[in-house]
Every structure is written in C-alpha cells, then in structure tokens.
Design a protein around this ligand. Structure first.
Ligand SMILES: *Cc1c(COP(=O)(O)O)cnc(C)c1O
Length: 431
C-alpha cells in the first residue's frame, strides 16, 4: 500500500499498518519475542536515548503492536498510535499523559461505568480532580466547569450505555478556548462511523475489545493522537511534554518529536515503560483480524440496531427506546451530524414494569445472551444498574443517563428477523 494516498476506510481496514516487503509474509506476523538482538551496545544505546527508532523490549514496543496501532491511527486520520492492554489502560494513560496530582479534568458525565470509576475514585486518589458535566449542557455551563489547573476534557462519541451523542464541536471549542486537548473515547462509533479529529478532537481512545476486535476474542485498547494540539503553546500547562524528561536523558518531547509525535512518544517511552500495560502481540494479531472486516461488520451492526430499535419503539411492553437513529430521539440531530452512516448496534430501552421486568425479559431471551460484553458479533444484553454501574447511587445513575429499568441490547451480526422474534417472545413471556 502507498502511504501517501488517501485510501477509503474500507481499504485502510484491510491494508493499513503492515505493508510486506518482497518475499515477506502477506499476513501480519506475530512477533512473539520479548526482546531484540543488537550487534553492539552502542546500537542499543541509541534506541534507549530515542536517537533512532527500533525495538529493544516488548514492554515498550513490539512490531506487531505497532502495525495495528498504525492501522487504527490511519483509520482515525491521526499521526501516531499506541496499543494498550485494555481500553481502561488507554483511558488512564490518555489522561495521565497530560495531567498529574494537583490537576483537574472536565469530563462528560455520560461515560462508561469503568471510566467513571477510574476518574471519580482511582485517579481522584492519585490527586486528579474531575468535574462531570451533562453532555447536553449549554456552552456557558461547560465553560464554567473549567479551572486554572484544568488539563484536559473527556467524552465518549456514543456514551456506553446511555447512548447519548457527544457534541464534539461544542466540547472541542470549550477545550481549546481554555488551552487544553479534547480526548474522545470513540469505542462505540468506531472510525468507520465517526472520526472525532474531523470535528476538533485532539486525542482518540478505544477499547479495541469491542467492535474493533468484534469477535469477543481479545481485550485491548488504543490511543491515537491527531498531531494537531500545540502543546508548546502552553508550556506551563504541559511541562511533561515541553520540558526535559529527566528519566529519558533530558529529552524534550515537543522539541524532538514535534506536534505529530510528542504525545504518543511520551506515552510510550515514559508511561508504557513505567506502567507496563502493553497489549500482547497475540491479542494485537486477533484485533487486526477483526479490523480487517470492521467496515463490513459495522454496516450490519447498524442495520440490526435500527431494525431492533424500530421494533421496540412500537411495542407496548417497552416504555422508552434510546437509539439516535430513531427520528424522535433526543440525539437524532446530533446523530445525523456526527454519525450520518449509522451509530452502532447498541440499543437501550426500558421494559414496562421496571427493574424486575427488565431482569425477567433478559432471562427469557434464547438467542441473545446475558453478558457484560457489548459490541460483539453475537447479540448480548445487560442490565447496567445491577452490574456495571452498581457502584453508583440513584443520582449518579441519572447523571450518567442510566435508569434502573435500562436494558442495554447489543445487536450482533445475526439476522435481524431472528433477533426481533427473540425479543418479541421474551417480552411476551414476562409475567
Ligand atoms: C469497554 C469500554 C471501555 C473499557 O475497555 P476495556 O477494554 O474493557 O478495558 C472503555 N470505554 C468504553 C466506551 C467501553 O465500552
């Protein structure tokens, strides 16, 4: 593949990242090696000093992982990417790369339960404060959430499980007015349905565990940099990127690697080195197999999501349906703007009869299975209030857009007709 050509997403899913040379394996090899051999200590020393690029230890970098990170970066239209062991690790490193003890971050309140816990509990314990804002808040309310020590803004393109749509332009504008980057978790939309960088986001994160893998086979995460945020314009805000890193022989990331490379190089050389949350090359290989069919699969996930959402919204046993593809949905307009080709296969809805009825409905399903997982080839469903979001009180649940009767239904790649028949019988059997 020629790297300087503007290939379509369908082509990038297949061809980006790994390009074999003459006589090399056509499928991306799994470099199952912890370490790499050098002729002289001097050669290796240059790598340690980041003077030349190359590999020395898989905890920092591995060729297989780098091929896959490059593919995801190409799909997102970014300049650099890094794989992590999980989506949680990607979220943590994406924020920790620019914020530390004594800093503050503004986050949408409608986020994944694990992310909420990471921010509100664990990172708070590390000295980073978070202010959670309603994603539908006014520009003034959003503006008021910033403090002098704010270092980043965070949100999810399509929130899991609330399915609210982030007004990326509104959040990017506010972030940039305060001289900080917007980090967007693009897990549910995938770069097939939305590329947040085109709307002003600066950093994108993924749980590749979801649609990118798509087959429930490998936990993983990814961070991609747009290469557009000018860290050097705010050296007092981002000393980690703009002043010498003593742990790397005084390298200044913005000077040495420029806008397009500073953020990911720091995340790799410093944070991955110290936290060690690398993705295994085996998992990167599986993730890559998934991405090869991503654009084909996303179409079907969205078709099934739309069909199921339409069926549910006409059913008397269902009190409400949340899916931005429904014309009456609160986020229909934002969906049309940011996700014109479809959002995802996940539909949230309320079962008439509340929490108990929701649990009974799920038990009655024959095709869809109860799983914490989501965004998979196999249809699965979950009751967040009693599982993933159980650490939240009612007020926090409400702020996150999760009601006690909410069922998260993740449409897989099966026949929509079969899925609807399964839902119909499960609703009909509620006592
Ligand atoms: C699942 C998920 C995560 C966490 O990813 P893991 O791979 O499970 O660690 C983060 N964000 C979103 C939107 C998710 O759905």
């Amino acid at each position: 593949m020629e790297n300087n050509k503007n290939y379509k997403q369908d082509t990038l899913c297949i061809q980006a990242g790994y390009t074999p040379g003459n006589g090399e394996p056509r499928q991306m090899p799994i470099v199952q090696s912890t370490t790499f051999k050098y002729d002289t200590g001097e050669d290796m020393g240059k790598l340690f000093d980041l003077e030349t690029s190359g590999y020395f230890y898989t905890r920092l970098q591995n060729p297989t992982n780098d091929f896959v990170a490059a593919k995801i970066a190409a799909l997102e239209g970014g300049t650099a990417g890094m794989l992590t062991s999980s989506g949680q690790a990607a979220t943590f490193l994406s924020v920790f790369n620019v914020a530390g003890a004594g800093d503050h971050v503004v986050s949408s309140a409608a986020i994944y339960g694990g992310t909420y816990n990471l921010f509100a509990v664990t990172m708070k314990r590390m000295g980073i404060e978070f202010t959670f804002v309603d994603p539908d808040c006014s520009a003034e309310e959003l503006d008021a959430a910033f403090r002098p020590n704010t270092k980043a803004v965070f949100g999810e393109t399509i929130a899991n499980p609330a399915l609210t749509i982030l007004d990326i332009e509104k959040f990017a504008k506010a972030a940039h007015a305060h001289g900080v980057p917007l980090i967007v978790d693009n897990t549910f939309a995938t770069p097939i349905n939305c590329r947040p960088f085109e709307w002003g986001a600066d950093i994108v994160t993924h749980s590749t565990t979801k649609y990118l893998d798509g087959h429930g086979a490998a936990v993983g995460g990814c961070i991609v940099d747009s290469g557009k945020f000018d860290w050097a314009k705010y050296p007092e805000k981002f000393p980690g990127l703009c002043t010498p890193d003593e742990s790397y022989h005084g390298v200044t990331y913005t000077e040495r690697f420029g806008l397009e490379g500073a953020y990911i190089t720091k995340a790799t050389a410093q944070l991955m080195r110290d936290f060690g949350c690398i993705q295994s090359p085996q998992n990167a290989f599986l993730t890559n197999l998934g991405i090869e069919s991503l654009s084909v699969r996303m179409k079907r996930h969205c078709e099934n999501g739309q069909a199921v959402a339409e069926f549910l919204s006409a059913h008397p046993g269902v009190t409400w349906v949340k899916y931005c593809g429904l014309p009456g949905d609160k986020h229909y307009a934002l969906g049309q703007k940011y996700l014109p080709n479809g959002s995802c296969g996940v539909v949230s809805f309320g079962v008439k009869g509340g929490r108990k009825a929701a649990e009974e409905f799920m038990k009655n399903l024959k095709l869809a299975s109860i799983e914490t997982h989501v965004a998979d080839a196999r249809t699965c469903c979950l009751h967040p209030a009693s599982t993933t979001h159980r650490q939240m009180n009612d007020a926090e649940l409400k702020a996150a857009g999760v009601s006690p009767d909410l069922v998260r239904f993740s449409c897989g790649l099966e026949s929509a007709e079969d899925l609807i028949e399964d839902i119909a019988q499960a609703l009909a059997s509620i006592k």
